[in-house]
Design a protein around this ligand. Structure first.
Ligand code: ZN
Length: 69
């Protein structure tokens, strides 16, 4: 899997990407702040984010916020 923020053309909804450190293995993974599906750690499979309909619930530490441009 590629790491780092994905460049998605044609995005119409403002949002931000969050770099989240997995609590179990310290893998850092970029998660969309309004993720619409469960995001799992690519290394150990721990759930990093679950959708709520708005801002996703995040598990682990947010290392950095990457604003969408
Ligand atoms: Zn992990």
């Amino acid at each position: 899997m590629a790491r780092g923020p994905a460049h998605v053309p044609g995005v119409t909804m403002a949002g931000s990407f969050l770099r989240v450190a997995c609590a179990d293995c310290e893998n850092e993974q970029v998660v969309f702040g309004k993720a619409s599906s469960v995001v799992s750690c690519a290394v150990c499979g721990t759930t990093l984010a679950t959708p709520t309909g708005g801002e996703a619930d995040l598990y682990g530490d947010v290392v950095e916020t990457v604003e969408a441009r």
